[in-house]
Design a binder for this molecule. Structure first.
Ligand code: HSE
Length: 308
């Protein structure tokens, strides 16, 4: 049976104010996978990276997503062999688990002649997020599958809206500290004040309108999170300083990528994006924390599949 290669992009969930509902795909970094369909109901997973991720399908995010897909496929005599080379570090806040699960189900669907639709694939991949963080959020998976910027209006009755956005550079710093998504969710308050909710709704609506109208000023004004960021930013050394200094050199805005610890900034031009990168590097050099940085753009295509 034929083999395919899969590239699954990193994603920035939340996009500051849209906790669990907004996300976008990045052109860099991307996970690499190889996959084959077999005529036995077995899933085998092999990792060529050093992250020591579980290989039992039920405990592996890609495996859990594939099991959900197989469960809804009429021919029960199918299985998959999957080789994953994770380039997106687990726990980075760059949608590492989503890339594995979305990449796996998109690849499987390609091998099954696109039997399922994109919404089905997102639904299957959400089982991987459940394994990773205990919650079936879709704000990383949706942009990974669709590319671009996506809005998850509802997860109970899955409703994904792909959004257009103006061209933007995205600068990302991934400080080498561990922030588990489950922990970063645990520390959040379970209730919000009405006044904060109103401000947040205004920002989310403003951000979506800004994306659709290519209005950089409106995007900039709307990149404000009064609910999640004040709590989570405490886990990220240098966060306030990165934001302050990046604003001073003219970035559009930014904040925590997903549940962190990565931090991202949007810029209109490459020069500003590179300046933001220099600021991030200088801040973590000073603090003494190792890091990776990426200067990239929004990935319009999502998971990419090619025949071997
Ligand atoms: N929306 C999720 C969170 C994304 O912020 O917890 C996790 O990557």
């Amino acid at each position: 049976m034929k083999s395919i290669k899969i590239l699954a992009p990193a994603t920035v969930a939340n996009i500051v104010c849209g906790f669990d509902i907004l996300g976008l795909a990045l052109n860099h970094p991307q996970d690499e996978m190889e996959m084959r369909c077999i005529d036995k109901p077995i899933i085998t997973i092999h990792h060529t990276d050093d992250f020591n991720l579980p290989l039992v399908p039920e405990q592996n995010v890609a495996g859990a997503a594939l099991l959900a897909l197989i469960n809804e496929y009429p021919n029960k005599n199918i299985g998959f062999e999957l080789i994953i080379n994770k380039i997106i570090k687990p726990g980075s806040g760059l949608g590492s688990s989503a890339a594995s699960s979305a990449g796996a189900v998109a690849g499987a669907n390609y091998l099954l002649n696109n039997y399922f639709g994109k919404t089905d694939l997102i639904r299957f991949a959400m089982n991987g997020e459940k394994v990773a963080s205990g919650v079936k959020h879709a704000d990383n998976i949706a942009p990974c599958i669709y590319g671009g910027v996506t809005l998850v209006r509802s997860t109970s009755n899955l409703d994904i809206i792909p959004l257009t956005a103006p061209p933007m550079y995205v600068t990302v710093v991934h400080p080498q500290i561990e922030v588990k998504t489950s922990d970063a969710r645990q520390i959040l308050r379970k209730e919000v004040l009405l006044k904060d909710a109103i401000q947040q709704w205004g920002n989310i609506a403003g951000l979506v309108a800004g994306f659709l109208q290519n209005d950089y000023e409106l995007i900039s004004r709307s990149l404000e999170d009064v609910i999640i960021e004040p709590i989570r930013s405490i886990l990220i050394p240098g966060f306030d300083e990165i934001k302050k200094q990046c604003k001073e050199v003219g970035v559009i805005g930014g904040g925590i990528s997903g549940s962190g610890p990565s931090v991202f900034m949007f810029s209109k031009d490459e020069t500003t994006a590179n300046l933001a990168e220099q600021i991030m590097k200088a801040i973590y050099n000073k603090i003494g924390i190792n890091y990776y940085t990426y200067v990239t753009t929004i990935n319009k295509d999502g998971v990419k599949i090619t025949d071997c």
